[in-house]
Unconditional design. Structure first.
Length: 68
C-alpha cells in the first residue's frame, strides 16, 4: 500500500512538472510579434498611436502588431 501511494505521488509530481514546462514554452511562443514602421508601410499597413499603448500596425488582413 505504501509503495502504491509513493508511486502515485511520484507520477503526480512528474505530471505537474511536465505541465509547467509546456506552459512556459507556450507562453513564450505566444508573445506578440513586432514590426518596424518601414516593414508596416511596405506591407500596406496603417500605423495608429494608442494612448499609453504605443504605436500599432494594422495590416490589410486585419491583424495587428506592435511597432518597435
Amino acid at each position: 500500500m505504501r509503495i502504491r501511494r509513493t508511486l502515485g505521488l511520484i507520477l503526480a509530481a512528474a505530471t505537474l512538472a511536465g505541465t509547467g514546462a509546456v506552459g512556459a514554452v507556450s507562453a513564450q511562443a505566444a508573445s506578440t510579434p513586432t514590426i518596424t514602421r518601414e516593414e508596416c508601410t511596405a506591407a500596406g499597413g496603417q500605423i495608429r498611436s494608442i494612448p499609453y499603448g504605443g504605436d500599432v500596425c494594422t495590416l490589410p488582413d486585419g491583424s495587428r502588431q506592435n511597432i518597435t
